[in-house]
Design a protein around this ligand. Structure first.
Ligand SMILES: Cc1cc2nc3c(=O)[nH]c(=O)nc-3n(C[C@H](O)[C@H](O)[C@H](O)COP(=O)(O)OP(=O)(O)OC[C@H]3O[C@@H](n4cnc5c(N)ncnc54)[C@H](O)[C@@H]3O)c2cc1C
Length: 429
């Protein structure tokens, strides 16, 4: 099927949150004439400021969209560590998280979309789906205005409280409560506390929770309640409408993955709409449907793991394995031909399937299938590193790449085959 391209390269983005702004930027960069349909600054101003914690990977995604400067202008701060008192064995997680007011970040990204040429128009009563456009992006968050019906898992509500900022932000903290769980995120301008339970928590924080979160309860007031269960659109793509961010999949806040998914979906939607306008509708649509379904499966699985007494790793960063230079490595990933995003267009190509169903072809600009060539017949870690550096990868990056590939089971240690091995230098793609 080929999409009706009567709308040429005109697209509409409904909503004005972070996912809307990020998708608008992706579309503008692909040359689309982009109109953002907004309910206006009044509606935006009514949404309470709240600090959110973004895992390090999120900054790379913002970089891909050319939006890293907006983190700075939104006043984001980097904070080392995250205190997980939710786990059976409380622990401090290593890694860096970015603490930022979600509304400020969305507003800065919206400004940047306008600088790149997006026009803002009122989200009128007439359905945007009727618009004569090449594509309509639903970025209306959990309202999922054009993405119904939605499915749900859990119906928790987060009561959000605001208190004074701290010059030196402490690591975020997540903890269990008698009725659910709670978190505290510091920022120099604002401290946010969220209390998540089946029914909204009271207007005042209890002394016990305040002590657990190390805050002064009397300095905090409730500023919002937000739904916090998992929600997903049953049809993230339909015709020329594509849903992004929370409108496609709204995660539970406990994993801290909401913004990351919003950006992943924005980048993917930019490529899908680009492909609709220039190429194969079915391949692009299948790509996006699979991407959202896989993200949902991963998220729901991670929530089940959280309840495992041995697990409990809310906000867990990925651990980096230590490389053993003498051990033998083999390529272990399944490789399938699937739709993939190649330079902003969805095309069918060979990709590696990770154990969590994610599909990857490259990491840090490196074509991962070259690892398959390099490790054909096996090689020691030292030989593999040498092979990578011989093909132009800096030595430190080669070690990082092998560690990343080990962590994601793309490669694994194996006993030497006993046969003579040839370590090949990967050729051009
Ligand atoms: C309590 C809580 C804490 C969280 N903490 C984190 C965290 O620490 N880290 C993290 O990564 N994620 C976190 N999240 C998730 C994160 O906030 C969301 O995933 C993210 O904000 C979604 O962005 P969005 O642009 O898709 O939706 P939204 O930010 O909801 O934006 C949607 C926009 O669309 C507008 N809109 C709605 N209906 C219409 C309409 N009909 N027409 C036009 N416009 C419309 C709305 O006004 C809004 O501006 C948290 C979520 C909750 C509930």
């Amino acid at each position: 099927m080929r999409v009706d391209d009567s709308g040429g390269r005109r697209v509409r983005v409904v909503g004005d949150g972070l996912a809307a702004a990020a998708t608008a930027c992706a579309l503008l960069d692909a040359g689309f004439d982009t109109v953002i349909l907004s309910r206006g600054s009044g509606a935006r101003a009514r949404q309470a400021a709240a600090v959110e914690a973004l895992p390090a990977a999120t900054t790379h995604l913002l970089g891909e969209l050319g939006l890293q400067a907006e983190l700075v202008s939104a006043g984001a701060v980097g904070v080392n560590g995250f205190e997980n008192l939710h786990a059976q064995t409380p622990r401090v997680l290593d890694g860096t998280w970015v603490h930022v007011d979600r509304q400020r970040l969305a507003a800065e990204c919206l400004l940047e979309a306008r600088r790149r040429g997006a026009r803002l128009a009122p989200a009128g009563a007439r359905s945007a789906i009727d618009a004569d456009a090449a594509a309509v992006v639903d970025a209306t968050g959990r309202a999922a205005r054009h993405s119904r019906p939605v499915g749900r898992d859990g119906a928790e509500v987060a009561a959000v409280y605001a208190g004074p900022g701290r010059g030196r932000a402490r690591p975020g903290r997540v903890t269990r409560t008698p009725a659910g769980w709670a978190y505290r995120l510091d920022h120099p301008d604002l401290t946010t506390v969220g209390v998540v339970a089946a029914t909204p928590a009271g207007r005042r924080l209890t002394p016990a929770l305040a002590a657990e979160l190390e805050i002064d309860a009397s300095a905090f007031t409730q500023v919002a309640t937000r739904p916090a269960g998992v929600q997903w659109s049953s049809r993230p793509v339909e015709g020329r409408r594509i849903s992004v961010g929370d409108a496609a999949l709204a995660c539970s806040p406990i994993g801290g993955h909401g913004v990351r998914f919003g950006l992943v979906s924005a980048i993917a939607a930019g490529a899908v709409v680009n492909t609709w306008a220039t190429g194969d509708y079915d391949t692009a649509t299948a790509y996006y449907t699979d991407l959202v379904a896989a993200a949902r499966r991963r998220h729901l699985t991670s929530l089940v793991a959280l309840e495992d007494p041995e697990g409990g790793s809310a906000q867990a960063p990925e651990e980096t394995p230590v490389l053993d230079v003498e051990r033998h490595l083999v390529f272990a990933a399944e490789v399938h031909r699937r739709p993939a995003n190649v330079g902003g267009l969805i095309v069918s190509r060979e990709v590696c399937v990770l154990p969590d169903d994610a599909l990857v072809r490259s990491a840090g600009g490196f074509d991962l299938l070259l690892l398959r060539d390099l490790l054909r017949g096996g090689a020691t870690t030292r030989e593999a590193t040498a092979g990578l550096t011989a093909s132009g990868v800096p030595e430190a990056a080669a070690s990082q790449l092998l560690a990343w590939a080990l962590r994601h089971s793309l490669i694994r240690y194996a006993s030497p085959s006993g046969t003579a091995r040839e370590v090949r230098t990967p050729g051009p793609n």
